[in-house]
Design a protein around this ligand. Structure first.
Ligand SMILES: Nc1ncnc2c1ncn2[C@@H]1O[C@H](COP(=O)(O)OP(=O)(O)OC[C@H]2O[C@@H]([n+]3cccc(C(=O)O)c3)[C@H](O)[C@@H]2O)[C@@H](O)[C@H]1O
Ligand SMILES: Nc1ncnc2c1ncn2[C@@H]1O[C@H](COP(=O)(O)OP(=O)(O)OP(=O)(O)O)[C@@H](O)[C@H]1O
Ligand SMILES: NC(=O)CC[C@H](N)C(=O)O
Length: 693
């Protein structure tokens, strides 16, 4: 393991959250436990350690909060905690009651390396149903001072504070307390607009049926709405059960996604560690202009935020692999129910897109080249359903077999079975005579019997197929349905212009190859077109992905797409992280290594059989990233720039130049390749030899 494997080098930060058993009215005992846990967080390289609301005194003390001996003991114990904290890295967020100018506040102490950086009072005090906080505490907005002396230190006081790590500038922490999140306009919203990337909540939220789900929903929405991370720690065992119960729920969400959830009702207390990705948060905020505009409109109000700086002294020379689960397939959810839902939506988006185009143009015939491969299969079953929806006869779908020099019996057989099973019209045109004629006209060595299977040899076939399809469309007043998918567009893996890059309407343009496989499987599982078609679809899924442009001898393997441009599983991973979050190759390699280096680690989408679960070495990951970066950032944009219409399918983005993705067609991949070359050196890998693939 090298120091490359270090979350802080990749602008991630480890968050620890704890719900220790509380000893009611015994601050010294509580601080002893907090000290142990803070040390534990330090040893596990956390940047932030979060504890529940009023955890030094106990939340459920009720009127005992007005007892000076308790408040004195809490302050004395805090001095101890601050003293101990000199030895630790994490920013500590700990709840206690603090007297300020003849008032008592329910507060979060923000402690770092022997300094009390600030005290954040609660803004909204619940005073309804089971809550009586206004009986004991004052609200933050009523405070008249901005600094206080507490536990021997002069410190900032107020709800509008941000804590910023000097040596991890993307880490800016906002603090709020329990009910604050239940307010229609939680203080963390302003905190986020003022720049906080991590919102934290110290909570003592009693549990009732369904409450855990509600809290998680609030946290999830807040992380989504604020475009940030939201960490939540609720009090657990030890709080008074006079009238209430406590579960110690801990959660961390990021950009609307749950990163980690603790167990609950644990008699020994609970803990949670996970890593938030600050780079993703910063990127999302840069991209989402409405966030920027909202902050701009609130600028006047936000200027009163005070910023307190601290230095984490990051452990950059220690390997710290991420503890976060990284999905192998960004376009394919692991959860079977979610995958079904995604497939339902993707399929219907495709069907609706084509149906609308047929409706608005009045075109009643579709022409589609059907190879027996994945993409044209998906396009054909989408087209068939679109015709059904429009009440058009499927016989008006012209499914064309266009065998060339390398078309295999297997794919051709599957194509025929699919076409017949769907009841669409089958036409077959052997493109070889025309291809031979064209190669001869071009003086290509193939026409003299030489086995020169180069780009021209390949594109002559792809071009003729497209030529035939467009002219057939003219002949039958039809529309050519495109088949090329998002992954191919990303890599420029199509023949430009007079080739499969062009169509009248492309239903697959925004669907990644890794999702297309599942879409076909989903249609097969649901028997959308009956059992015999499902059988054919399953046979197609078993076939190796190949362009079938170069002939191979009987004993040779088929021309394999993935051995040339890389496994789609890795290339779709690379595409998602580069396109959606603008991550650089070193970061993508770091995440890919976590996701892909060990087939036994973490979850897989439920429909991927064990024997299909692969893994990649870091060297393979880097090698295919090089291919991705060169193709995506340098050589392929001109193909995307001129791509046909087709519907956007995933929120991760599409590559339409009219929508999500605009870049020059004459750009350079230099900075990406330089970063990869530096990464190779750092990892001790030999210099790249992948040429110009
Ligand atoms: N930035 C730019 N702006 C304008 N034009 C640019 C350009 N860069 C290259 N070009 C021109 O474009 C040409 C290259 O583009 P192009 O003619 O498409 O050719 P090219 O990209 O070299 O070849 C197509 C590749 O896609 C593969 N393919 C084709 C068809 C189907 C599938 C499949 O599996 O689905 C795969 C095929 O095996 C081959 O490797 C260059 O020769 C150059 O003339
Ligand atoms: N033998 C063929 N008969 C009919 N159409 C073909 C044939 N080969 C290729 N095509 C058309 O060209 C498109 C691109 O072909 P190719 O097989 O190279 O790519 P692919 O991405 O593997 O697509 P598919 O999975 O549909 O085969 C296909 O989707 C199909 O529309
Ligand atoms: N401590 C609190 O602020 C508790 C109130 C919170 N709304 C809850 O439902 O648990």
């Amino acid at each position: 393991m090298s120091v490359f494997d270090n979350i802080y080098r990749h602008r991630m930060a480890r968050i620890a959250a704890f719900a220790p058993p509380v000893a009611l009215a015994q601050p010294a005992v509580n601080v002893e436990r907090i000290v142990d846990l803070a040390r534990h967080a330090h040893e596990r390289h956390a940047a932030v350690a979060l504890f529940p609301e009023l955890c030094i005194t106990g939340y459920s003390l009720d009127d005992l909060h007005h007892q000076n001996p308790i408040l004195d003991a809490a302050e004395a114990a805090t001095r101890d905690l601050i003293e101990h904290s000199k030895a630790w890295r994490p920013l500590l967020l700990v709840g206690t009651a603090v007297r300020v100018h003849s008032q008592l506040y329910n507060c979060a102490l923000v402690i770092h390396r022997g300094r009390l950086l600030g005290i954040v009072p609660k803004s909204y005090l619940p005073n309804y149903r089971e809550y009586y906080e206004q009986r004991w505490f004052a609200e933050a907005p009523g405070a008249l001072v901005e600094s206080v002396r507490y536990a021997g230190q002069e410190t900032e006081f107020g709800a509008r504070l941000l804590f910023e790590a000097e040596d991890l500038p993307e880490l800016r922490v906002h603090v709020e307390i329990c009910e604050d999140l239940w307010a229609p306009n939680p203080p963390s919203l302003d905190g986020a607009l003022a720049g906080a990337t991590l919102m934290t909540n110290l909570s003592a939220s009693n549990v009732t049926i369904g409450k855990a789900r509600e809290r998680a929903q609030l946290c999830q929405v807040q992380s989504f709405r604020c475009l940030g991370a939201y960490a939540f720690a609720a009090a657990g065992v030890g709080e008074s059960t006079t009238d209430l119960a406590w579960d110690g729920q801990l959660t961390v969400h990021e950009l609307g996604q749950s990163l980690a959830q603790s167990d609950r009702f644990n008699p020994d207390g609970t803990e949670l560690f996970t890593d938030i990705d600050l780079e993703r948060i910063e990127q999302d905020r840069i991209r989402f202009a409405t966030y920027r505009d909202t902050a701009a409109r609130a600028a006047e109000r936000l200027r009163d935020f005070r910023r307190v700086r601290f230095a984490l002294d990051l452990p950059l020379d220690t390997p710290i692999p991420t503890e976060r689960a990284i999905d192998r397939f960004p376009f394919v959810p692991n959860d079977a129910a979610r995958l079904d839902e995604d497939c339902f939506e993707a399929y219907n988006i495709q069907v609706q897109g084509l149906a609308q185009r047929l409706r608005s143009t009045g075109i009643k015939t579709a022409v589609i080249g059907v190879s027996g491969g994945l993409d044209s299969t998906q396009a054909l079953i989408v087209t068939a359903r679109a015709f059904d929806r429009l009440g058009l006869d499927r016989a008006n779908i012209l499914a064309v077999s266009l065998p060339g020099f390398a078309t295999s019996d297997k794919t051709a057989g599957n194509a025929t079975a699919l076409i017949e099973g769907l009841g669409v019209t089958h036409k077959s045109i052997d493109i070889r005579p025309a291809a031979e004629r064209m190669l001869e006209d071009l003086d290509h060595p193939y026409s003299e019997g030489k086995a020169q299977y180069d780009r021209t040899f390949e594109n002559v076939q792809a071009g003729l197929r497209t030529d035939y399809l467009f002219r057939l469309a003219n002949h039958h007043d039809g529309l050519v349905v495109g088949t090329g998918d998002l992954s191919e567009l990303a890599l420029g893996w199509c023949t430009y212009g007079v080739g499969d890059q062009m169509a009248h309407y492309n239903v697959n343009a925004a669907v990644a190859k890794t999702l297309i496989q599942h879409l076909i499987a989903w249609v097969a599982r649901r028997e959308e077109f009956g059992a015999p078609v499902s059988k054919t679809l399953n046979a197609i899924l078993e076939t190796e992905i190949s362009p079938e442009l170069i002939p191979s001898a009987a004993d040779e393997p088929l021309q394999s797409t993935e051995s040339t441009i890389g496994p789609y599983s890795l290339q779709d991973f690379n595409l998602h992280h580069a396109m959606r979050f603008g991550l650089g190759p070193a970061k993508i390699a770091f995440l890919a290594e976590r996701a892909w280096s060990d087939r036994t680690r973490g979850d897989w989408p439920s429909h991927i059989a064990i024997d299909k679960q692969g893994e990649y070495t870091l060297e393979e990951i880097v090698r295919w990233l090089e291919v991705f970066c060169r193709r995506f950032f340098q050589t392929s944009q001109f193909k995307r720039s001129a791509m046909p219409n087709g519907p956007k399918v995933t929120s991760a983005g599409a590559l339409s130049p009219r929508g999500d993705w605009r870049m020059p067609s004459d750009s350079s991949a230099r900075v990406w390749m330089d970063e990869l070359a530096a990464l190779r050196r750092e990892l001790g890998l030999p210099a790249s030899s992948s040429g110009s693939t």
